[in-house]
Design a protein around this ligand. Structure first.
Ligand code: F6R
Length: 604
């Protein structure tokens, strides 16, 4: 979603400073960009498309020590120069991330006051509200920002420059992320840490309704009553190299290859001896029902969690898409229900809303999150961090893998609590977990195989993934990965469901990727694979050594390395991630920044 950066400091080539920071926000997904910098006035440059287009318009030596910049992911109005941020109305210039929900109402009101609007955006209306309040001449700029929040409904993170205070950068937020980067002789505001890591490792997390006033030598933070407040300084625990490609052609490939290390880091943190593992995991004994809520790939990880919790721990589990759950009637049972939120970014608007819904209903919440101190991590009752490090590619890979790993660990704890596993077995699985990074490496090393399959399918326009039980959950994620980065239409189906309609789409050489790892269901899956084969499909089979055989229906086959059965669902995704990557590459797609997508979906 939109990315914000603001800078005040001693660097003199302000346009270049802003552009360099914007580039670090590119991964969030955007369709236009712009910046405003202060000389003796506010100067604005904007451009539809890539930041490189904006860069062509700038003068890299431009003097100036204060500016704001923005990457826009269009919500209100198409991607064009006019709708791009910054917006200036009267004497106020802003960049905005979020959505002003009552902007139509406010627009009408402001039009009556004589305001005319150039763009279709809610942001220009927000800017006009600030200018309108300014013209009342009742308040200073801090008070105007405080007043602003009583007019608008929705979410916002704002960087603001007032014409009558050109040496000052203001910022505020409500339900959209914003941090303060604390450099030497320079301060930044930004949507996320990636944008400031080149400048500093120290930052402050801003809370809802905080207002920040920054000048060259002073940082002032106020709460919503405009009382000055002090906030704790935090330090980023990753470095700039982690936010760079490190020799890989794409972040996605780099991040898939990091799966070995991040799995190792995560397991190391939670699994030492069996006893310490059981201590580190939260207590689940009182829960009889679990609601897993998440979006996209995180929801697909949740589907694996559901399978594990129900099949191994006998706990009734539902998995719901957050944008649905937040508005549906939920029948909570207070004493025995746990809501589990899964989110890489910890900033997904719909997932945050579900977390708050559960909390408002007095339900216990557990978050499985990657980004430390993100909104979900801060607000949930309990947090289990996956240690994926920074994930830049829009399509999640390593974070998804760790979400699944974490759900597996949670399930082991539940099984232990319910005596569904004995110590010997638990120790064996934990040992297998510790050894699993080596298995990941073996899977990664089969690159030729994935490329061969990618070559077979990259010209197709419709691909099907089929599987049963947990293999269906894996198919869902494999299918999403492929479609989002290669733009091939792909669908995942429960293998047994095809003949209720979808099988009519299967014809000669339709590619069907069949995931068959579930030992209880594989014979059923084989029957379904044969059904598509009989209708002309070319079948690519993903299976395990124990289920492998000389199957005549498999046109291509990927056999996972030997591994503990319990870990197979986590390992199965890696070949599918790599096939998706290779297909997208063969099709010449913008792999790390697929069209229309954003890394962190901070609007509903
Ligand atoms: C797909 C993908 C998305 C995210 C989803 C949730 O590759 O990355 O589907 O999984 O937007 O994001 P988080 O996990 O940040 O809540």
């Amino acid at each position: 979603m939109c990315g914000i950066i603001g800078y005040i400091g001693k660097k003199t080539n302000i346009q270049k400073t802003l552009i360099d920071s914007l580039k670090t926000l590119e991964y969030r997904g955007y369709d236009s960009a712009g910046l405003a910098y202060v000389t003796d006035k506010v100067n604005i440059i904007k451009s539809k498309g890539k930041i490189s287009h904006l860069e062509e318009k700038i003068d890299k030596e431009q003097e100036g020590m204060l500016g704001i910049a923005h990457t826009r992911w269009a919500t209100h109005g198409e991607a064009n120069d006019i709708n791009s941020h910054p917006h200036k109305v009267g004497s106020v210039t802003i960049v905005h991330n979020g959505i002003i929900e009552n902007y139509m109402e406010l627009k009408k009101l402001l039009e009556k006051e004589g305001y005319e609007f150039k763009s279709e955006t809610d942001t220009e209306v927000a800017c006009a509200v600030l200018d309108y309040l300014k013209n009342k001449k009742l308040w200073n700029n801090l008070e105007i920002i405080k007043e602003f929040s009583t007019y608008v409904k929705g979410s916002f993170a704002l960087g603001i420059i007032f014409d009558d205070e050109l040496d000052t950068l203001y910022a505020t937020r409500c339900d959209s992320p914003l941090i303060l980067g604390l450099g030497k002789d320079e301060t930044l505001i930004a949507s996320d840490i990636a944008a400031v890591i080149k400048f500093t490792k120290e930052y402050i997390l801003l809370d809802n309704n905080d207002i920040v006033k920054l000048t060259q030598d002073k940082i002032e933070i106020y709460n919503k009553k405009l009382e000055p407040i002090c906030k704790e300084k935090q330090t980023v625990n990753w470095n700039i190299e982690q936010a760079e490609k490190g020799g890989y052609e794409h972040f996605m490939l780099k991040e898939i290859h990091e799966e070995e290390d991040v799995l190792h880091n995560t397991i190391n943190e939670y699994v030492d001896t069996m006893e310490t593992f059981l201590q580190k995991m939260p207590d689940f004994a009182k829960y009889k029902k679990i609601h897993i809520v998440a979006c996209g790939s995180a929801m697909h990880a949740g589907l694996i969690g559901k399978y594990l919790f129900e099949n191994y721990s006998d706990i009734e589990t539902t998995v719901e898409i957050a944008s649905e759950y937040r508005y549906k009637k939920v029948f909570y049972n207070h004493n025995d229900t746990l809501v589990v939120l899964i989110s890489q970014s910890g900033e997904t608007a719909d997932t945050i809303a579900c977390l708050r819904k559960a909390k408002e209903n007095g339900i216990d919440t557990l978050a499985i999150v990657n980004v430390v101190s993100s909104t979900i991590a801060r607000e949930a009752d309990k947090v289990l961090y996956i240690r994926a490090g920074v994930e830049i590619a829009v399509a999640t890979t390593k974070a998804y893998l760790l979400q699944v790993a974490m759900l597996m660990l949670v399930n082991l704890k539940m099984m232990a609590e319910k005596s569904k596993i004995d110590d010997v077995e638990l120790k064996e699985i934990l040992k297998a977990f510790k050894a699993s990074p080596k298995v990941v490496k073996q899977i990664l090393d089969q690159e030729d195989k994935y490329l061969e399959i990618a070559k077979m399918i990259h010209k197709d326009e419709d691909i099907f993934f089929i599987g049963r039980g947990i293999d269906y959950a894996i198919s869902m994620e494999g299918s999403l990965k492929l479609k989002e980065i290669s733009y091939i239409h792909s669908e995942a189906y429960q293998a047994g469901e095809l003949k209720h309609g979808t099988i009519s789409l299967i014809e000669d050489h339709t590619k069907v990727i069949s995931v068959m790892t579930d030992e209880d269901l594989y014979l059923k899956t084989i029957s379904n694979i044969k059904e598509v084969k009989a209708r002309g499909a070319d079948v690519i089979l993903l299976t395990t050594p124990s289920l492998d055989s000389d199957y005549e229906f498999a046109d291509r086959k990927i056999v996972l390395p030997e591994a503990n059965k319990y870990l197979v669902p986590m390992l199965s995704i890696i070949p599918l991630q790599l096939i998706a990557y290779q297909v997208a590459k063969l099709r010449g797609c913008d792999i790390d920044k697929p069209r229309n997508l954003a890394k962190s979906v901070t609007v509903e």
